[in-house]
Design a protein around this ligand. Structure first.
Ligand code: ADP
Ligand code: GLC
Length: 478
């Protein structure tokens, strides 16, 4: 039995700010239990969901050196859906309103978390064969492991994997401070290790020292070797190309299932969606105060409102989009300028735009189920889960051909009657707009074709099955 430890900064159902939480919370469930003992380690945030906070069992605590500091490390545990989760407790670091805040605080917070995760292993009596690290918050784990821990017999032979969910975020801060926080010797702060462009870089450290590197789609794995997507680490990505693979994410098919989903108004499946799906649309129109009309083309957006997701293209075309006979339903939070942009258009065109500037799982399910199309014109997209959720609910994605969007959405080909959505190549507002107009024209004048596309979208399989096998293969290979 191979022992795998996931270490990450968020996971459903406990705490979530984005797709990382979905992946960390669902992938372990889909790895073969006879072959792998997979456990997950997370910070115990004060802001985690209340209903679970009360259910955690205290295991033990100790004090750990972090540079010149000596810090409390509490360990709690809980089993959820057959998976054991450990939580690292320290109120000094983890009592913010959100998991992440100011970068200068997060830098110390996640140095602490990474070292505490390693230090806690003998106490919980779990010696993993592989530690699977996710994103910059855990980038120091492979570094700490080499820098001291592996002198101790307990840690010898542990392998590490670094998964990049988003190369944009690297955990960068000045070297002097990082030396002070981590207590790592000068040896580690050179350009072939933690140093990058004069600063210290956690993710880079992880990428240098991990035994294998993955990212969340094959296309993104290629893209990050180029300057445009490489976020200044493309050189390193090229150098480690042999150890880098792209494995597309899956989604939890039990959680996201239009046939059983308790959060949507009318359940439906691949057989009866022609009649039943639209009932969700009318219910959502009613709930949001939009004119109720089965025939109106409804476009959904569920997203963090950031540049990554292509909102400057939407901003640029929004006035024109509002001249069309479409309804646009947005659910998201993020940069203020985008929040206010949607609020403005919802005020100006109350019959056409609904701006829901908040976070709500229930509302996200309603949007996935109710809309006809789902818009995601990302500038870059390591994988993207929202388009997979849309496909699952027969809501056709309109995407830009980048990263995981390119790998998961097959563009409609009207001559061959193939495809599961619509896509465009260039990061160009008019190209996006024309693609939406094209989708609309198919929706209006070739409804049978549209419905056949929904058939194909709902039949596409983005459960974890295939991808979990690829992770399993990598674990075995390591
Ligand atoms: P990213 O991780 O870059 O934000 P993904 O597409 O991988 O993008 O994952 C986003 C996840 O967050 C999806 O599960 C999506 O439904 C969810 N999500 C984003 N914004 C909201 C919101 N305002 N309310 C509810 N869920 C949201
Ligand atoms: C990141 C990426 C997103 C990906 C998610 C889970 O947040 O932005 O594309 O789906 O991680 O891997």
């Amino acid at each position: 039995m191979k022992k795998i430890l996931f270490v990450a900064s968020e996971s459903v159902p406990f705490i979530k700010t984005g797709g990382l939480a979905d992946v960390v919370g669902s992938l372990p469930k889909y790895l073969n239990k006879d072959e792998f003992d997979v456990r997950v380690m997370l910070p115990k945030y004060l802001c985690m969901k209340e209903e679970y906070k009360g259910q955690l069992n205290y295991i033990s605590h100790f004090y750990m050196d972090l540079g010149w500091r000596s810090q409390y490390v509490g360990i709690l545990e809980m089993e959820y859906d057959g998976i054991k989760f450990y939580f690292i407790d320290n109120e000094y670091y983890f009592s913010g309103f959100k998991p992440y805040g100011n970068i200068y605080e997060d830098i110390e917070k996640f140095a602490f978390f990474s070292k505490a995760a390693l230090s806690a292993l003998p106490t919980i009596g779990f010696c993993p064969d592989i530690i699977h690290c996710h994103d910059w918050q855990t980038g120091l784990i492979p570094v700490f492991l080499k820098a001291g821990f592996q002198e101790n017999a307990f840690y010898q032979g542990i392998k590490t994997i670094m998964t990049i969910h988003n190369l944009k975020f690297q955990g960068i801060w000045d070297m002097k401070t990082i030396k002070n926080i981590t207590g790592l010797p000068d040896y580690y702060f050179t350009s072939d290790k933690l140093e990058a462009y004069g600063d210290a870089n956690y993710l880079k450290g992880g990428l240098v020292y991990a035994d294998a590197i993955t990212t969340v789609s094959p296309t993104y794995a290629e893209e990050i070797k180029t300057p445009f997507y490489g976020e200044n680490l493309n050189g390193l990505m090229c150098a480690r190309a042999h150890d880098l693979r792209g494995i597309v994410n899956g989604i939890d098919y039990e959680e996201y299932n239009p046939e059983t989903d308790p959060m949507i108004v009318k359940n439906y499946n691949a057989k009866n969606f022609r009649k039943e799906k639209v009932k969700n649309k009318v219910a959502l129109q009613k709930e949001l105060g939009l004119p109720q009309n089965e025939k109106t083309f409804m476009i959904g957006i569920v997203s963090r409102l950031t540049d990554q997701k292509g909102f400057d293209l939407i901003n640029y075309m929004m006035e024109e989009m509002c001249q069309q006979d479409w309804q646009i339903v947005v659910l998201g939070t993020g940069e203020e300028r985008y929040e206010n942009m949607f609020r403005h258009f919802a005020w100006k065109y109350p019959d056409k735009v609904s701006a829901n500037i908040f976070y709500s799982e229930a509302m996200s399910h309603k949007v996935y189920a109710s809309c006809d199309a789902f818009l995601m014109p990302s500038l870059f997209e390591p994988c993207g889960l929202s388009q997979l959720m849309s496909l699952r609910y027969g809501t056709l994605p309109i995407v830009r051909e980048t990263g995981g969007l390119k790998d998961t959405v097959i563009p409609y080909n009207e001559y061959e009657s193939t495809g599961t959505g619509f896509s465009f190549a260039n990061y160009n507002a008019h190209e996006m707009y024309q693609t939406i107009r094209y989708a609309h024209s198919v929706y209006v004048s070739k409804r049978r074709e549209w419905n056949k596309m929904v058939d194909r979208a709902m039949a596409a399989d983005f459960s974890w099955k295939a991808s979990a096998d690829k992770y399993a293969e990598m674990y075995n290979w390591l």
